[in-house]
Ligand binder design. Structure first.
Ligand code: FAD
Length: 436
């Protein structure tokens, strides 16, 4: 579908010119789907969601076809900030108020499962993705710090999660060397990885386990019924079940999913290697994100570059110049590296929901969908893929728990949605702070 995020910003079946693509071994292209093929389950999208779904279905002996418009790992899964975060965008206290205490606990446990899934999968399928522990969260006001402190204590007291260290003022600035933050946390139970190597490892493992992955095979139409017919330009799949795993790139294809998930772009720049100066930016090899409305996220690469992400735009198309404003933002935070240029700049598209919680839906008796992880998909997407596969295989318990996360339908039209989302984000931040 021309005009969609699938085609507007990238060349067909080519990975963007990211530092990740430059440091991964890209396998030869897989075939396109041609003619008719039958399978128990068809999956649209070969990112973390689709590939984890495929792996789980193969473990359970079901036949699987994965249809990918470009290349496995081409979407957000191959371009992101690599942060494997804890929890959801809404803290446990918010979830307790909105879904109940027992359910909030079950949802927290699923998040813990999602991080464990990444660690285990990296070890088994993609050791070169180099999982490293430690994600810091910087905040810009004493009030935010108090909020962070309350959440950290709540998690420790009521959820038994004591892996988060609190750092006030200068202690945090010794870790993350910017004047922007008034304090923060370091979560030793979260971590960071090379996202593209992880996605490529998953794809290779899924294919070895017997999943048939077709690339350059965009799905244009889904014909619903007891047997589903999933149509690409040159062929079609007949399947008993369908898993929608296209996240931010999918919206146009299924209306229930499209109503809840909107498309947002985010951008990352990789500086030239910093050498000894790296220690003047981050004193430890941890990833960082913050409480800005448009979040700043950064970490060091294995060759000592600062990978700095932060700008967002809500139009489907990337701006012509992705790097200048992003670099300015980095330079304001870290004047000590202001004169070091970006060697690489790239963008990617992700799915976001109004509540910034994943949308996990049953859109028909034999179609499930998950997406809209709102910047937390490195861990949550894999788990969502796995629980969708479990539901298809007849065990829907974990799927039903994830489906408790509240999301709401959005009005049509990218610009109206963008305005609403911006408003929702400021309002949500305010409400979180004042405890509504
Ligand atoms: C710049 C950036 C930074 C981010 N940083 C972080 C981070 O640090 N931590 C974090 O947790 N999350 C982060 N995210 C979000 C995270 O990357 C995603 O949530 C996650 O990768 C989603 O995985 P996925 O498999 O659902 O989607 P994707 O990886 O986007 O995969 C979807 C695939 O579906 C395919 N597809 C879509 N429609 C069709 C169709 N009609 N036919 C065939 N194929 C189709 C696409 O080509 C794509 O390859 C970031 C995202 C971006 C863009």
């Amino acid at each position: 579908m021309m005009g969609s995020a699938l085609h507007l910003n990238d060349k067909e079946a080519q990975f963007p010119p990211s530092w990740y693509a430059a440091t991964a071994t890209i396998p030869p292209e897989r075939p396109r789907l041609k003619g008719r093929i039958k399978a128990d389950v068809c999956i649209i999208g070969a990112g973390y969601t689709g590939l984890h779904a495929a792996l789980t279905l193969r473990e359970r002996g079901l036949s699987v076809v994965v249809l990918e418009a470009h290349r496995a790992g081409w979407g957000a899964s191959g371009r992101n900030g690599g942060q494997v975060g804890s929890g959801y965008n809404k803290g446990p206290m918010w979830l307790e108020r909105h879904v109940g205490k027992t359910e909030a606990r079950l949802l927290w446990d699923l998040c813990e499962d999602s991080k464990a899934l990444v660690r285990e999968s990296v070890e088994r399928f993609a050791p070169d993705a180099l999982y490293k522990p430690g994600v810091a969260h910087g905040v810009q006001s004493p009030r935010e710090f108090e909020h962070l402190k309350r959440e950290t204590e709540h998690l420790s007291r009521h959820y038994g999660y004591s892996q988060t260290e609190l750092f006030a003022g200068d202690d945090f600035r010794n870790l993350v060397k910017t004047r922007l933050y008034k304090g923060g946390t370091l979560d030793h139970g979260a971590g960071h990885i090379h996202p593209l190597r992880y996605a490529l490892g998953l794809a290779s493992a899924a294919a070895s386990a017997g999943a048939q992955i077709f690339e350059r095979s965009e799905v244009h139409h889904i014909e619903q019924g007891k047997t589903l017919r999933i149509q690409t330009a040159l062929g079609h799949v007949e399947a008993d079940h369908l898993i929608l795993a296209g996240n931010g790139y999918l919206p146009q294809i299924e209306k229930h999913y499209a109503a809840r998930v909107m498309t947002v772009n985010s951008f990352i720049g990789a500086t030239a290697p910093l050498g000894d100066t790296a220690k003047e930016v981050l004193s430890r090899d941890v990833a960082v994100y913050d409480d800005s409305n448009v979040v700043n996220y950064f970490r060091l690469s294995e060759d000592g570059r600062l990978l700095f992400g932060g700008r967002a735009n809500y139009s489907v198309k990337f701006p012509k110049d992705m790097g200048t404003k992003l670099h300015r933002r980095m330079a304001t935070m870290f004047p000590q590296i202001a004169d070091i240029p970006f060697d690489y700049v790239w963008g990617g598209t992700l799915g976001v929901t109004y509540t910034r919680l994943p949308a996990v839906l049953r859109v028909a008796p034999n179609i499930v969908a998950a997406g809209g992880y709102s910047g937390q998909g490195v861990a949550l997407a894999g788990l969502a893929g796995k629980v969708m596969a479990e539901a298809v295989a007849g065990q829907a318990q974990r799927f039903d728990t994830l489906a408790l996360l509240p999301t709401v339908p959005l009005p049509r039209g990218q610009m109206t949605r963008a305005a609403l989302l911006t408003l929702a984000m400021s309002w949500a931040t305010l409400r979180d702070k004042i405890g509504l």
